[in-house]
Design a protein around this ligand. Structure first.
Ligand SMILES: Cc1cn([C@H]2C[C@H](O)[C@@H](COP(=O)(O)OP(=O)(O)OP(=O)(O)O)O2)c(=O)[nH]c1=O
Length: 189
């Protein structure tokens, strides 16, 4: 019998990435309130948030495979989530300018009693950004709903000098690893 797949996310990017599997799935955003616990290491934090998102939806869908995911940017040991204002977005971009930071994406897949939770880490190096480049980019609106105040898949591509690791994980979902974990859990297409 074919398995049911649910993406517990409101992110249009994650939906696009999951579509790469060429499988039918349902999108049911999780209503979990994201709380950043500064005591946790980044890997633990994205895994914990991904798990909370998946659990929120899985408890109502026991037979499905439910995927939750969370992305944060870490620079100079500081965790950067989504900016709450243009000023905060500018601050984040100034912090990332001319340096290498890490993007952590946690993924949690739940199917009944089974749960697979993992993360991917990708290093991203930015070119040096001028103040007017930062200003223009923030005015484009693109940074506002994205961890670290940029989207590598959009205009933000112009800021990136180098990347080491899974590109898709930076966009919000490490799709190859996710597909492999689904298979390991017994998901049948
Ligand atoms: C670094 C980076 C992040 N992002 C996005 C991915 C995530 O959608 C977002 C981080 O926020 P998240 O809290 O991980 O996810 P979300 O609130 O958008 O969606 P949901 O919780 O419902 O699943 O930043 C990009 O789109 N491109 C990038 O280059």
């Amino acid at each position: 019998m074919k398995s049911n797949l649910i993406l517990a996310s409101a992110s249009p990017r994650r939906k696009e990435l999951l579509e790469l599997l060429q499988l039918p799935f349902e999108v049911i955003p999780s209503l979990v309130e994201e709380v950043m616990d500064e005591e946790l290491q980044p890997a633990e934090m994205v895994q914990s948030l991904a798990q909370q998102k998946a659990k929120g939806v899985a408890k109502e869908h026991q037979h499905a495979f439910v995927i939750g995911s969370d992305t944060i940017v870490v620079s100079d040991n500081k965790m950067l989530g989504k900016p709450k204002s243009h000023d905060e977005a500018k601050k984040m971009l100034r912090n990332l300018s001319g340096k290498t930071h890490e993007v952590f994406t946690g993924v949690s897949i739940i199917n009944g009693e089974k749960i697979h939770t993992f993360h991917e880490k990708t290093a991203v190096t930015f070119y040096h950004l001028t103040e007017s480049e930062i200003e223009d980019y923030v005015l484009s609106g693109e940074p506002m709903d994205k961890a670290g105040a940029y989207g590598i898949q959009g205009l933000g591509a112009l800021l990136v000098k180098e990347i080491s690791g899974d590109y898709f994980s930076v966009v919000g979902l490490p799709i190859a690893r996710t597909s492999r974990e689904l298979k390991e859990m017994g998901f049948s297409r």
